[in-house]
Write a protein that binds this ligand. Structure first.
Ligand code: SF4
Ligand code: SF4
Length: 67
């Protein structure tokens, strides 16, 4: 699975990390344009494309697509 996070609009709230029950997402070291530490796909192979993270993100900046 390919998980894309918008590095312009992500505000590092980490709601997506908390909602993913598969442990796919984790806090990363990269900062968004606004200076916030962003999540990243630590375990992309565990993703089941439930899209809960997409639905949960208040800023619509995470996208899950099949490879
Ligand atoms: S689509 Fe579902 S399994 Fe995949 S990263 Fe988002 S919440 Fe986790
Ligand atoms: S929920 Fe959205 S804004 Fe918050 S950390 Fe995740 S991708 Fe960034």
């Amino acid at each position: 699975m390919k998980i894309t996070i918008d590095s312009v609009y992500c505000k590092g709230c980490l709601l997506c990390v908390g909602v993913c029950k598969k442990g796919v997402l984790a806090l990363g070291a990269e900062r968004s344009k606004g200076g916030y530490l962003m999540p990243y796909a630590k375990e992309p192979d565990n993703c089941i494309a439930c899209k809960l993270c997409e639905i949960t993100c208040p800023d619509v900046c995470i996208e899950v697509t099949k490879d």
